[in-house]
Unconditional design. Structure first.
Length: 128
């Protein structure tokens, strides 16, 4: 596991955490921060990031990992109430911007159709 000093020069997320770049903060705790994405896939699309610079989610400490997913859950629950999507899609990122981040994308049936909203057994080749 690579050690991190907590900040990486040139990392946009480290600059946001430090307050050097503007963002719309949705929710935060001591270890993680949820912000609105500046290039959203859908209305309300948020990113949840650890406050310490860590390229890959599996390199987070146990406390950071718990915080990241706790903040994601809190924000997803708030999205379900405020935005009323069909569901909130979640996935971890870190490749394009090498600072772990979770996408929380409110997903609406009017935008997505087909297999993603069907039961797994209804799609050929996917186990039920």
């Amino acid at each position: 596991m690579a050690e991190s000093t907590g900040k990486e020069k040139g990392c946009i997320f480290c600059q946001i955490v430090a307050g050097d770049l503007p963002c719309y903060r949705i929710y935060e705790d001591e270890l993680s921060l949820a912000i609105l994405d500046v290039n959203p896939f859908s209305k309300g699309h948020c990113l949840v990031i650890p406050k310490r610079h860590v390229p890959w989610w599996h390199e987070l400490s146990d406390d950071e990992n718990a915080s990241l997913f706790k903040v994601a859950k809190v924000v997803a629950e708030k999205m379900m109430i405020a935005l009323e999507p069909d569901f909130v899609c979640m996935y971890a990122r870190g490749r394009r911007i090498p600072h772990t981040h979770i996408f929380l994308v409110p997903t609406y049936q009017r935008r997505y159709s087909g297999p993603v909203l069907q039961r797994p057994g209804a799609v050929p080749g996917i186990a039920s």
